[in-house]
Design a binder for this molecule. Sequence first.
Ligand SMILES: Cc1cc2nc3c(=O)[nH]c(=O)nc-3n(C[C@H](O)[C@H](O)[C@H](O)COP(=O)(O)O)c2cc1C
Ligand code: SF4
Length: 512
Amino acid sequence: MATKIYVPCDTTALSMGADDVASRIEHHAGVQGVAIELVRNGSRGLFWLEPMVEVETASGRIGYGPVEPDDVQGLVEAGLFDGASDHPLFLGPVADIPYLKRQQRLTFSRIGITDPLSIADYRAHGGFDGLETAISREPQGIVDEVKASGLRGRGGAAFPTGIKWQTVHDEPWQQQKYIVCNADEGDSGTFADRLAMECDPYMLIEGMTIAGLAVGATQGFIYLRSEYPVAHRILNEAIRRAEAEGYLGQDVRGSGRAFDLEVRLAAGAYICGEETSLLESLEGKRGLVRAKPPLPAIKGLFGQPTVVNNVLSFAAAPFILAQGGQAYADYGMGKSRGTLPIQLAGNIRQGGLIELAFGVSLREILEDFGGGTFSGRPMKAVQVGGPLMAYMPESQWNTPMDYEAFGQLGAGIGHGGVVVFDDTVDMGEQARFAMEFCTVESCGKCTPCRIGSVRGMKVIDRIRAGENREANLVLLEELCETMVDGSLCAMGGMTPFPVQSVMTHFPDDLTA
Ligand SMILES: Cc1cc2nc3c(=O)[nH]c(=O)nc-3n(C[C@H](O)[C@H](O)[C@H](O)COP(=O)(O)O)c2cc1C
Ligand code: SF4
């Protein structure tokens, strides 16, 4: 029987030479006369070990990593195909790697395990069970299950997903409704959407189809970050195969209900991740933010009722329908139910995907999983939730990952990206960068954001140059307040948060 070897095919592993590793493994297997079956799985999300090669043995899957192309010959000679342990890259049984073993993977339960494009593999690991349940329910029953799960949108605003679906469900069913997936993933240090799409694409297809059945939408669009060519290819192929097997199309698995799905490439602007700007872009227009109300749930794409959710929000739906909303709600703390796919990045030794129930402390993530900084220097600041969120000093790292607990500190969880900085970072420069980022990414529709960010940059420059410092610090505070209170959307409204956090927690860096 052929030995099964797994080499990941996602962007991270590819950028580390996974294709070359795969072809060398095939070559050396041929030389040794060993029959192998090479599976291109997804990444497990342990990025410092990529490319991680796995071998199926009688005692489970054995891992090696990080494997560089030049390591392959030595690995094969050391007994790679038998899962031999006598090699420095030997990691042991993959399921026992503490970073992985300590996680609570509900959404990412299949990544790295399955062949992303195999429907048979997806089904063998619980895939489409949620869709089968949804088909057997009335639409209101689907919405109720999502409500019971306590799921809140994972794109950043943490709005209850069930309530959003209810609003679209309650709009008249005679009209065209849409399901739009926000896969623009623009926040710094984030990659969970990409991993979900590249490593388990049917999960997103299933989640969006469940949403379609719940609200009476027959058409879905995935608005995909244009810098994700691998996800683009995998999603298109997965959609084609799902259509061929009746999971998409005019009669979804014999339900008599239709749901079609298309991928649209995004415009490459951060603001196009904001849901109304995204809808404009999807309609072929410039990504200008729309005033709300009306909400997209009432008047969204082409003026029709539209569910807009993040990839991870849709990706949670199959588990919720298959296992029940309560099974999801059993994880978490307070009003933050379920699990959060945390993306650990920046200056960190062990970066990657960590899915855990809400409630874990930031310090556990940084130390127990991250293992300290990559540089080996002390950590100074952590930015959780993207470029519009606060910088958190060490005194706040015992805070549990919980929307309300972070909110009380003036911080946020956003999409779950955690970016680490060591003690060489200049926080004054980071404050300036927040304003600069806004000048580049602002859609320009409202004055506090368009003009305020430019003024903010200049005021920070004057403070740092020692010009009339006290007066300029007061001016910066007032400017931040004006942007928070007067901006039309969260781009201008939240840009002050990182700036204010630097003024509060790292004032010396601002005036250094
Ligand atoms: C400037 C800006 C950028 C955003 N970028 C994204 C993004 O890349 N992906 C995303 O899912 N949500 C993003 N959002 C949030 C969306 O506007 C919206 O809340 C989200 O798509 C709703 O889905 P959810 O309820 O599943 O989170 C952004 C918001 C703002 C203000
Ligand atoms: S806050 Fe900025 S991004 Fe948002 S509408 Fe105003 S100008 Fe556009």
